[in-house]
Design a binder for this molecule. Structure first.
Ligand code: GDP
Ligand code: MG
Length: 437
């Protein structure tokens, strides 16, 4: 992948103490190849490499004590710059309702993005209404209705045949039902198509959106340039949602879009679930491409989940030890964060590690562990220490696993419990030394 190639190139540089101009020229050639292979637009690559090379070829860099680190920093800076430098928020006027319109090719991820955006805005205290203006794709309105029901956001379908009238009807409906944001999901074709463009232009004229967002599939190759340029000319748009940035998206598309259109990437769609939409951070994306890991992303995710309840739970675990119920909770929160593969993939070097597991980790261990814990009695969950051989056999039978599986789980619990024990004595020591002062 792009990330692996770039990491290799930069690692090779790090291995050298002093860098010559030839070393840098060589690294730049590798970077150029890696970007081209990842389908970054050729002109974008050319400009990027020229700029980066120029910044690296200075005496300051070559003669510094840590030239490789300087090069890495410059590549990271330039990549961040290419991706838009700063986060770009949704800009909404104080009009009620605000209107957000999504455009893009068929299959790019508009309908799911519409629902995700509605969900995000709802969490921010807005009351959204989804407008189903794709009247061509069979069941498109039903797809939106299903997603809407899942996140508790109403969907306006109108007469189901006239997209412009549906968009207008949705705005009226929003006024009547006290909704303050209308998200208009539109139809897209597989290729740029005059009728589709004309219709998007007409909807835009009719409802005058505060924001038109173009949804772009991260996996689109070189084609992306033509597509975004045409949309920029016809409907114009204020920003981009880059979709399907999960999985093995090469990210090349993301790199081109910003450079070619000058429009900011506002959101990244990273999965099929309603909460899989992130505010796009150029620096984080650049770090991810360079294999430096999305540590901030993990921390943010963890913070989102670390509510008061969990703090209380941590305190209790320190006080009373780690139970099987805690273990169950912990596994469930790893799942909520998207599973072990997702977490691992965001860690520095995680993508590579993941490949050793064939691209994904065996998440079924969660199912087995969960089944085992659910087969335990309350006493066993609270005080796993009492689980003897006989009980292990019973738990294995009850959960459709083997005694060896139960042993593995017990070992994991033992490790965790030990860790909490150590933390407890550390906390006690600290409390003790405070008192002695
Ligand atoms: P539309 O034709 O532009 O409305 O595209 P859809 O929203 O219907 O999405 C097309 C397909 O891509 C669906 O199967 C979605 O579930 C899937 N999809 C959309 N966004 C993402 C994403 O961020 N990640 C993944 N893995 N799949 C996505
Ligand atoms: Mg759709």
């Amino acid at each position: 992948s792009l990330s692996d190639r770039l990491t290799e190139t930069l690692d090779a540089l790090r291995g050298k103490g002093k860098l010559t101009e030839a070393d840098i020229a060589h690294a730049m050639r590798d970077i150029r190849m890696a970007l081209l292979e990842a389908d970054v637009n050729f002109k974008v690559v050319k400009d990027f490499v020229a700029k980066t090379r120029e910044r690296c070829m200075t005496a300051e860099v070559l003669e510094s004590l840590t030239p490789a680190q300087n090069v890495v920093k410059i590549v990271l800076d330039e990549l961040t710059e290419l991706l838009g430098a700063t986060e770009s928020k949704l800009v909404l006027s104080n009009r009620i309702p605000n209107v957000i319109m999504l455009v893009g090719l068929q299959g790019s991820g508009k309908t799911t993005a519409a629902a995700k955006l509605a969900y995000l805005l709802k969490k921010q205290g807005k009351s959204p209404l989804l407008a189903a203006c794709d009247v061509y794709r069979p069941a498109a309105a039903d797809q939106l209705a299903t997603l809407g029901a899942e996140i508790g956001v109403p969907v306006f379908k109108g007469d189901g045949t006239h997209p412009v009238a549906i968009a207008q009807g949705a705005v009226r409906e929003a006024v009547d039902t006290m909704k303050n944001v209308v998200i208009v999901d539109t139809a897209g074709r597989l290729q740029i198509d005059e009728a589709m463009m004309a219709e998007a232009v007409e909807i835009k004229r009719a409802v005058k959106p505060d924001q038109v967002l173009m949804v772009v599939d991260a996996m689109t190759g070189q084609d992306i340039v033509n597509v975004v340029t045409t949309f920029a000319e016809r409907t114009d748009f204020d920003g981009v949602i880059i979709s399907k940035l999960d999985g093995d998206a090469r990210g090349g598309g993301a790199l081109s879009v910003r450079a070619v259109t000058g429009k900011p990437i506002k959101f990244a769609s990273v999965g099929e679930k309603p909460d899989a939409l992130e505010v796009f951070s150029p620096e984080r994306m650049a770090k991810r491409i360079l294999g430096m890991g999305d540590v901030i992303g993990i921390i943010e995710k963890a913070q989102e989940m670390a509510d008061a309840e969990q703090m209380a739970a941590a305190e209790r675990m320190l006080r009373e030890g780690f139970t099987m119920t805690d273990m169950l909770e912990q596994m469930r929160s790893v799942r909520k964060m998207g599973g072990m593969s997702k977490i691992l993939s965001m860690l520095p070097g995680g993508q590579k590690a993941l490949q050793q597991f064939g691209g994904a980790m065996d998440e079924s261990i969660f199912d087995r562990n969960e089944a085992m814990i659910l087969s335990m009695t309350k006493a066993e969950r609270d005080r796993p220490g009492i689980i003897n051989g006989q009980r292990r056999a019973r738990i294995a039978r009850g959960s459709g696993t083997t005694p060896a599986d139960v042993n593995t789980l017990m070992k994991q619990w033992g490790e965790m419990n030990k860790m909490f024990g150590r933390m407890r004595s550390m906390a006690n020591d600290m409390a003790g030394s405070k008192k002695n002062k």
